[in-house]
Design a protein around this ligand. Structure first.
Ligand SMILES: [Cu+2]
Length: 285
């Protein structure tokens, strides 16, 4: 029997003291808690002016906020959104209800997977077909000959600390890659797992807003199943809500693949830095 949870909405978005950060009321159900990363995944109702109903991981700065919370708890929380960060400032438990379906892993939880095997460093990345921001067919294997840094996103991701952060990190790597003769061959690949919305023209526009140098940085998407299968080999998990195409619960993986098409390294979540990847690339052939 399915349990339907009805959340009463009382969503108040308010500007906060003239600063650029904003706070929102978030009401929903805790799906899982990731203590090491001070994050909890919440399935929540629409946050007016910010995002539709979805399931997302949220950070807390003070992990005391997580004390006493468990999966299934219904919460009222205050979400602070700053230009480059977002976190829950207060969390109040208001009830408890059974989880509707098994929780998916959070943005940074270690991958626990069934299905296709996770690739290990040194293994050859299996080929897959994509389409790029210009509508051209591209296979992953065609990038052989250059080391590749690749990440997985969707352009409508609403939280600055997830997909948009991956975009900012990639944008920040462009100039150092250009300036360093040893790294000049490195290519950047951003793969969207939302092909329905992220069509080539959307990706092209997205690339433009990021000032992407398309000679170095390619935006790919493709058949949804094929993208999912390809991404899952790196530990990317993607769960799409049936009733709202914008609601995609996902984690983050960013990877280095060497010029021979072999996996070198996987960065989990959103706490890697461009400098770290640039340093790691120095050892990649
Ligand atoms: Cu995202």
């Amino acid at each position: 029997m399915r349990v339907h949870l009805v959340f009463i909405l009382a969503i108040i978005a308010s500007a906060c003291g003239g600063k650029t950060d904003r706070t929102y009321t978030l009401q929903g159900q805790v799906q899982s808690i990731d203590w090491p990363h001070k994050q909890l995944t919440v399935k929540h109702e629409e946050i007016k002016g910010l995002m539709p109903a979805m399931t997302m991981p949220y950070s807390v700065r003070d992990d005391k906020l997580l004390n006493g919370l468990a999966a299934g708890d219904l919460i009222d929380a205050r979400l602070v959104v700053e230009s480059n960060d977002a976190y829950l400032r207060t969390i109040r438990k208001v009830g408890q209800a059974p989880l509707e379906k098994p929780a998916v892993d959070t943005a940074t939880a270690p991958a626990v997977r069934t299905g296709p095997e996770l690739l290990k460093p040194g293994e050859t990345v299996p080929d897959a077909s994509f389409v790029d921001q210009d509508g051209r067919k591209r296979s992953f294997s065609a990038f052989r000959g250059s080391p590749v840094v690749m990440t997985f996103i969707y352009t409508r991701c609403p939280l600055a600390t997830f997909c948009p952060l991956m975009d900012r990190h990639f944008a920040a790597m462009q100039q150092p890659l250009k300036d360093d003769a040893a790294l000049n061959r490195v290519r950047l690949l951003t793969v969207s797992f939302d092909p329905q919305f992220d069509t080539p023209p959307v990706l092209k526009k997205h690339a433009k807003t990021l000032n992407a140098d398309l000679a170095r940085w390619t935006f790919l998407t493709g058949d949804r199943e094929e993208v999912d299968r390809f991404a899952s080999r790196f530990g990317v998990s993607i769960a799409r809500a049936v009733n709202d195409p914008r609601d995609i619960t996902h984690n983050l993986r960013t990877v280095i693949v060497d010029a021979d098409g072999k996996l070198v390294k996987v960065y989990t979540g959103n706490d890697w830095s461009p400098d770290q990847v640039l340093a790691d690339l120095k050892h990649v052939g």
